[in-house]
Design a protein around this ligand. Structure first.
Ligand code: UD1
Length: 361
């Protein structure tokens, strides 16, 4: 069996790591195509080296642009690559513009396409990720769902016949790296200046268009983080830095300490060392849950609804509520409620490969 994985953005590299490792154990031919949607070393190269992913076989070098330009350029560049490779499966990951372009290029060339992390929904039709997920699920031949909730969403859209529950590959990588961090196999992460790793701190990230691209909203979020009573390590995505600069907004001051994005093991170590997480990232909400740190999500909804149970994750769209005197949501202690295992047992990547094999034409 020959499989082409199409990736391009940071969260896809995290999901690729356990898949590439599982492929390396067997006799499948695995070809990695990097679209180049993320090109900064902090968002791409460090994930290949840090997670032991083989170098991409093909790099398209697409880069940034409007959604149409980024998706269209990726689609055009992928056509000849997939035509030459003619794999048994194209595997696309998550919800980025690279995911949608990969699914479209494959389906139009009659190459079977499987979507990893199928069936997630925010039901927020203003999010670029929601367009990408829905369109990719309806184009794909095989839908690899991470949770029972995702399977229900697919069934509700008439896609039950193509859906298989495999679990979440992010559990595979998160727990493996957590164990390595706890064994002391990774150097301590570089936290922003002013953060004492031995005193209580929060880890924060902010990159979604809904939060970064509206100047009033971004200013309110940054101000609320700066006013928290606990130091905040903001590991800033390049999109956040670019938008803040365009808007003339100064990041930092008060409790807020700004640093660069960290590699995957660094993020796991930073979360383990923290008293909580404040974020709009999908992956980080789940990592906080798996690592047992309370998470505050700066959005009106989440695709990972299982994390909300037992108050492990709280949706706080209004920045004024983050540090309010009467109920400081961002600094609430870890709940005592036990966490379940809604994301699977850490063997999802092997199940993905078995499922691809079982459904091979
Ligand atoms: C993308 C995904 C999002 C995912 C996120 C993780 C889409 C629509 N969005 O968002 O689902 O959660 O990746 O990081 O696909 N930039 C750089 N260097 C880089 C990459 C981006 O400076 O290496 C800057 C550029 O200013 C660019 C902006 O970030 O215009 C946005 O990048 P883009 O790839 O469009 O989306 P992300 O915000 O990274």
């Amino acid at each position: 069996m020959k499989v082409v994985s199409i990736v391009g953005a940071r969260p896809q590299l995290v999901k690729l790591a356990p898949i590439a490792a599982a492929f390396a154990e067997g006799d499948c031919e695995h070809v990695i195509v990097h679209t180049g949607q993320h090109y900064d070393a902090d968002l791409s190269d460090v994930f290949f080296t840090g997670l032991g992913i083989p170098d991409p076989n093909v790099h398209l070098g697409i880069g940034s642009g409007s959604h149409g330009v980024q998706t269209g350029n990726t689609l055009a560049a992928l056509d000849p690559v997939l035509a030459a490779e003619r794999p048994d499966w194209v595997l696309v990951y998550g919800d980025t513009n690279s995911t949608l372009a990969g699914a479209l290029s494959a389906v139009k060339q009659h190459i079977p396409v499987a979507h990893l992390e199928a069936g997630l929904r925010s039901f927020n039709r203003r999010m670029p990720e929601e367009h990408n997920r829905v369109l990719t699920d309806h184009a794909a031949d095989l839908l690899l769902a991470p949770t029972e909730e995702a399977v229900r969403h697919l069934a509700a859209e008439g896609l039950a016949d193509r859906s298989v529950l495999v679990g979440d590959v992010m559990v595979d990588v998160c727990l493996r790296v957590r164990d390595a961090v706890e064994r002391g196999e990774h150097a301590a992460p570089t936290l922003p200046e002013g953060i004492d790793p031995n005193a209580p701190y929060l880890v924060a990230t902010l990159h979604r268009a809904e939060n970064t691209d509206d100047p009033a909203r971004l200013a309110a979020l940054v101000e609320a983080l700066a006013e928290l009573p606990v130091p905040v390590a903001l590991l800033a995505h390049p999109r956040l830095l670019a938008r803040a600069e365009e808007q003339g907004l100064k990041l930092g001051g008060g409790a807020l300490h700004v640093g660069r994005p960290v590699p995957y093991a660094g993020m796991v170590a930073a979360v383990l060392g923290s008293v909580g997480v404040v974020t709009d990232s999908g992956g980080l909400q789940k990592e906080a849950y798996l690592l047992g740190r309370p998470c505050t999500t700066l959005r009106t909804e989440t695709e990972w609804v299982e994390t909300l149970e037992g108050d492990w994750n709280r949706l706080v769209p209004d920045p004024r509520e983050l540090g309010s005197a009467w109920l400081p949501l961002a600094t609430r202690p870890a709940p005592e409620t036990p966490r379940g295992t809604p994301y699977g047992d850490g063997r999802a990547a092997h199940r993905v490969i078995e499922t691809l094999r079982a459904h091979q034409a």
